[in-house]
Design a protein around this ligand. Structure first.
Ligand SMILES: [Zn+2]
Length: 175
């Protein structure tokens, strides 16, 4: 089982355009770009949810179905750069997202992680983000449907919209 997990994490060829684009264009922050573009483009940008100080975004080059990123709205590299109000909002958003992902996608387990500092190929080391990656024991070898980008986007948009509703109802219950 352990080997399967390692394999599924390493074999993610659909991430290559993302990594290559990052190398070609230098580091540009898509989180800030999506925030700037505004809520009317949230479906197109696969922005799941905006709180006062945080944002949840679908990972376009996911390690698994339902892989989302949670970031503070502030373009800062680390959790130590957040003030108390940011942290409170961020923690709440992470909690609501986790609950929503579990309810909606019913994974066997979830990987939650933060990379701080430069990561080869990540291209996004300047804007703090937490990965929430739902995982399934049986279907862990996630491969998008023959790299059909339209179908993958459609599936992501469906998850994005469902998660948005779910997070919206959950976040109101978290004090
Ligand atoms: Zn940014």
């Amino acid at each position: 089982m352990e080997q399967t997990h390692i394999k599924s994490i390493l074999f993610t060829p659909w991430r290559l355009p993302y990594i290559r684009a990052g190398l070609r264009h230098g580091i540009s922050c898509f989180i800030c770009q999506y925030l700037r573009e505004g809520p009317e483009k949230d479906d197109e940008n696969l922005v799941v949810y905006r709180t006062e100080r945080s944002v949840v975004i679908m990972n376009r080059y996911p390690y698994s179905r339902g892989h989302v990123l949670i970031a503070p709205k502030k373009h800062v590299p680390s959790i130590v750069d957040l003030d108390e109000a940011d942290l409170e909002d961020y923690a709440k958003t992470i909690k609501a997202t986790l609950i929503a992902v579990k309810r909606l996608l019913k994974p066997d387990y979830v990987n939650v992680g933060i990379n701080i500092g430069r990561v080869a190929g990540a291209g996004l080391e300047e804007h703090l983000h937490v990965h929430v990656i739902p995982r399934w024991y049986e279907a862990d070898n996630y491969v998008p449907d023959k790299f059909d980008e339209e179908k993958i986007f459609e599936d992501m948009l469906n998850i994005c919209r469902s998660l948005r509703k779910e997070i919206d109802s959950i976040i109101k219950t978290i004090s």
